[in-house]
Write a protein that binds this ligand. Structure first.
Ligand code: NDP
Length: 260
């Protein structure tokens, strides 16, 4: 006879038991909302990004510890790792897009910047914190990828190439860590209306507003934070490998319902 399925509370020794969650890119958008969500769920949250003033203000409001971090700087990543004696969850969220150009007009500096923050930065932080994640005995390695890591679209290649890199990084680590107590979770959001992402990408608020024009209810940062919070609070034998989350108005990257 099979043993009875334990109730969810028995299968979830956390949240609220002092598990430590590190969130990169926690100074705005999805990272800030995720830090807030995980703190509300009882995690001890380490908020990391370059803008320490924003991190400090958020940490004061929600609880947690603010740490200045530049994921493109090896010394900065080493300092983050050296300052942590426990890590149970790493949310690799820091990233961004910095141009909208056809490949024929590629700005290679922008490509290098995009690859550095999204891919190399993610590898740096993951490599530095992996020993602690393994030592936790129930580690969670979360990648905030994108639907841009699963499809291609015109004008998006610097970013789609980088996010495809994040996708393959998650897939590779899931294979390499199969004997370790670390889950590898990839969350791939579609259109999320955050304050800075599209402005950084297009270079102006006006162009950023046009991206969302007429779209009924794009996702907001809290929607993605909710999904991340859910994924890392499943019983630890349940691995959410890849979760695509989009607004209902976006059926596919190119198929977005817009109201006139
Ligand atoms: P934001 O621009 O609001 O957030 C990006 C975050 O990354 C900021 O907190 C920024 O903080 C941080 N960051 C940037 N560069 C570095 C660096 N060198 N070192 C450390 N931190 C850095 O964007 P979103 O919240 O919208 O996006 C968050 C993630 O979600 C990104 O990886 C993005 O690619 C992905 N995504 C976003 C979607 C969207 O539509 N918005 C859709 C799908 C995925 P600081 O400047 O203080 O360092």
């Amino acid at each position: 006879m099979s043993s009875p399925v334990p109730p969810p509370s028995a299968a979830l020794p956390f949240p609220g038991d002092g598990r430590v969650a590190v969130v990169t890119g926690a100074s705005s958008g999805i990272g800030a909302a995720t830090a807030e969500r995980l703190a509300a769920d009882g995690f001890s949250v380490v908020l990391a990004a370059r803008r320490i003033d924003r991190l400090t203000a958020l940490a004061e409001r929600t609880g947690g510890r603010a740490v200045q971090l530049d994921v493109t700087d090896a010394a900065s990543v080493e300092a983050l790792a050296a300052g942590l004696d426990r890590v149970d969850v790493l949310v690799n969220n820091a990233g961004g897009a910095f141009d909208v150009n056809p490949v024929a007009e590629a700005d290679l500096d922008s490509w290098a910047r995009t690859y550095d923050v999204n891919v190399l930065g993610t590898v740096r932080v993951t490599k530095a914190l992996l020993p602690a994640l393994k030592a936790s005995g129930a580690g969670d390695l979360v990648f905030v990828g994108s639907t841009a890591g699963l499809v291609s679209y015109e004008g998006g290649a610097s970013y789609t190439a980088a996010k495809h890199g994040v996708h393959t990084l998650a897939e590779t680590l899931r294979l390499e860590l199969v004997y370790d107590p670390v889950r590898v979770i990839e969350i791939a959001p579609g259109m999320v209306r955050t304050e800075e992402f599209t402005r950084n990408r297009t270079g102006s608020q006006e162009k950023a507003d046009a991206v969302y024009a007429g779209v009924r209810q794009p996702l907001v940062a809290e929607d993605v934070a909710d999904v991340i919070g859910w994924a890392v609070t499943r019983p630890h034998h349940v691995n959410v490998d890849l979760l695509v989350v989009r607004p209902r108005a976006q059926a596919a990257h190119h198929k977005v319902a817009r109201e006139q």
